[in-house]
Design a binder for this molecule. Sequence first.
Ligand code: HEM
Length: 225
Amino acid sequence: MSTRVISSPRTTGEPGERILRYSLAERIHHWVGFLFYFYCLITGLAFWSPYMYWLAALVGGGPTARFWHPWFGVAFTISMFWMYAMWDRDMRITDADRRWKAAIKSYIENDDQNLPPEGRFNYGQKLFFWVMFYGIILLLISGIGLWFVEGIPSSLRWLRYLSVTVHVIAALATIGAFIIHVYMGTAMVRGGFTSIIRGEVSTAWAKTHHRLWYEQVTRRQSAGR
Ligand code: HEM
């Protein structure tokens, strides 16, 4: 069966047809962001506990990791703001999300056919995005406190403690969200992973997981015909 990829307009809903879910730019930004985040993750864990210090050896040792960790943090912040510029509109919480949230019991019970339809991203994906977005803002602010800790006078020692506490809490929140994201994207939702690699999904996948988005895309396409 021949496969046709819909990049923007024109879908007929034929079984072999595929829809572009992520443009090349979106995919590149996603994976560049991942590299920056992953570097911060392994080096941050190495600093956090002596049991995980061996992770620093993977990236050149403790002093090298200490030097680059904040810079990669800055790079991840920039990449996260880039994602914000790309996806901000798609990530806003809508009435469809509120209906989906109200029916979350069906999701937990694997009763997907009773879930209200979702747009390009579902409520969980949006929550993940906002946890990462606000998480990185907190990590940046507290990270600057830790980066230039000698510059904080001893009379403001509480600011040092606050920086450490906020940095650890924000890091743990993003790590929790990241683990769920990877699990959902690789093990739970089949077809999701290929979409962030190759960019496309089948029409059946789009209908099943993001029906409102599917309808929007097809409506736009038939109007352009
Ligand atoms: C090994 C690491 C990662 C894997 C395997 C992964 C996997 C995926 C997959 C499969 C999708 C497409 C989901 C769909 O459209 O149904 C996706 C989307 C996305 N990813 Fe990742 N990702 C990773 C790391 C990250 C990191 C570090 C971020 C940092 C912000 C991130 C942010 C996003 C966002 C915002 C989306 C779009 C909405 C969503 O699906 O949550 N990802 N990712």
